[in-house]
Design a protein around this ligand. Structure first.
Ligand code: F6P
Length: 467
């Protein structure tokens, strides 16, 4: 079997004590089982010549973690400006939020090149390389330019836009050609894979082959959908246990019998939070009888505060939530509790089990694992209702949720009303259909399916693949 080399912008080292997020948990298990190297940014900015150029190596079990600092300038240009100010809104088709500066694109490419230079001496001939996400789109080409012949897979965690939207960024063709140096390119949904293939054809001149592959410069590149999964059984156990813990008990007491509507997101412009609050406001305006019977708790964990659009979002949400509470609130009841502080995974799992409604309405989302976690967290005897944006990748699998258009305040208000009144048998039927969809999936299964497909595409390219 090839040694697996994972490359991602953020690297979570278990021994560093950080609580790993969904993706890190998924990859950690895969890595722990088969061993390998995990390379990427340390999460620190520094101007120290040694820590920005020499990787810090930590061994943990059979996994080696190699991380390097970014300089302050790189952090600003590569991470803040281009990755999160240009590519993130572009990938989510929010072009009006997109900033573009040629210097940031140049810095982005330079960081991709620099990371490739640092990774190069750590590579071995038997490696299979798996690169993750929009921060590292230029890395497949950078590695090939340095003579790397190992199989390279790339997985995009965000959506991929249509060719028209993609063309709104200068140099779209270069970005696509860089990516086409990989052997396998994976997306969350078939729609994203199709958008990429259409862009590769129209913008970069690749030939579309039957079966979904692409051909460019005599090489075939496999393109496919690999929807990210969670560990539903494990999350269900966590939620059941957490429903008895002190955090959940305190929340339950504070609700005093009201129905809990719960949103859990990073505070990010793609998550549809402004529209979500507008939908809740519409519910309060149009259904006064519901007012004291419910509380909406929105956890919107602060994120990427260096990016202007994230600061504006914070200001808007503070203003909108203040207005909702001052307009509809009373001395002994507030309709909305908005917090910019995240919670631990256990606490959130307990809250999810408590919630009558999981409100997940991103404007667009690669997958949205919160939606899957909400389903897994429910008590099968008395489950809550998932209200889900039809523009989240998860909606392709979770069709038994109440699907809404996230920009339509009336549709959100109607769905909330419907969910609050829904009979227990209907809630059970819907939940069972959702659970059936996810119950046999796993994060490990997702990782393995990609790695196996990478081995297959490496073989068909005549690359060095060992099983
Ligand atoms: O969803 C994309 C993503 O990069 C995730 O991989 C990550 O958990 C999240 O955004 C956090 O963003 P950042 O790394 O910018 O803090």
């Amino acid at each position: 079997m090839n040694r697996l080399v994972v490359v991602s912008n953020r690297v979570t080292i278990p021994s560093a004590g950080a609580k790993a997020g969904g993706l890190a948990v998924a990859l950690n298990e895969l890595m722990e089982r088969q061993g390998g190297l995990w390379f990427g940014w340390s999460g620190r900015a520094s101007d120290d010549a040694a820590s920005t150029s020499k990787p810090a190596i930590v061994d943990h079990g059979s996994v080696q973690y190699a991380t390097v600092d970014l300089t302050h300038e790189e952090y600003r240009r590569y991470y803040t400006d281009f990755s999160n100010g240009t590519l993130w809104p572009l990938m989510h088709s929010l072009t009006e939020q997109m900033h573009f500066d040629r210097r940031s694109l140049a810095a982005y490419r330079a960081v991709n090149e620099r990371l490739s230079d640092i990774l190069l001496p750590l590579l071995r001939p038997d490696d299979a390389i798996w690169i993750h996400d929009y921060h590292l789109l230029a890395m497949p080409a950078a590695l090939r330019a340095r003579g790397v012949t190992a199989p390279i897979g790339f997985f995009l965690h965000t959506p991929f836009p249509s060719p028209d939207i993609l063309s709104s960024v200068p140099d779209a063709a270069v970005i696509i050609r860089d990516l086409l140096s990989a052997d396998l390119i994976g997306f969350q949904t078939a729609n994203d894979a199709e958008n990429f293939a259409a862009s590769a054809h129209r913008i970069a001149g690749a030939t579309r082959l039957p079966g979904g592959s692409l051909r460019i410069a005599g090489r075939d590149i496999r393109v496919g959908a690999f929807p990210v999964e969670i560990d539903p059984q494990e999350f269900a156990r966590t939620a059941e246990t957490a429903s008895h813990n002190s955090d959940t008990q305190r929340l339950r007491r504070s609700l005093d019998g009201q129905s809990l509507i719960l949103g859990v997101d990073r505070m990010d412009p793609t998550k549809g939070l402004r529209h979500r609050l507008a939908g809740y406001r519409r519910l309060l305006e149009t259904r006064p009888a519901l007012r004291r019977a419910m509380t909406f708790v929105q956890i919107a964990a602060e994120s990427r505060q260096e990016v202007d659009n994230y600061q504006y979002l914070r200001e808007d949400l503070d203003r909108m939530s203040g207005s909702i509470n001052s307009t509809f609130g009373e001395a002994d009841w507030l309709p909305l509790r908005l917090t910019a502080r995240g919670g631990s995974r256990d606490t959130i799992a307990g809250y999810m089990r408590e919630a009558r409604i999981g409100l997940v309405t991103p404007l667009r989302d690669g997958m949205n694992l919160v939606a899957k976690e909400y389903v897994a967290a429910q008590n099968p005897d008395d489950p809550g209702v998932l209200i889900l944006s039809k523009f989240a990748g998860a909606a392709r699998q979770l069709g038994a949720a109440l699907l809404v258009n996230p920009v339509d305040a009336d549709e959100i208000a109607d769905a909330l009303d419907n969910a609050l009144r829904m009979s227990r048998p209907e809630r059970q039927d819907r939940w069972m259909a959702l659970w059936e969809t996810i119950k046999d999936t796993s994060a490990l299964g997702w990782g393995r399916s990609f790695v196996n497909a990478l081995a297959d595409s490496g073989e068909s390219q005549g690359g060095r693949v060992q099983r």
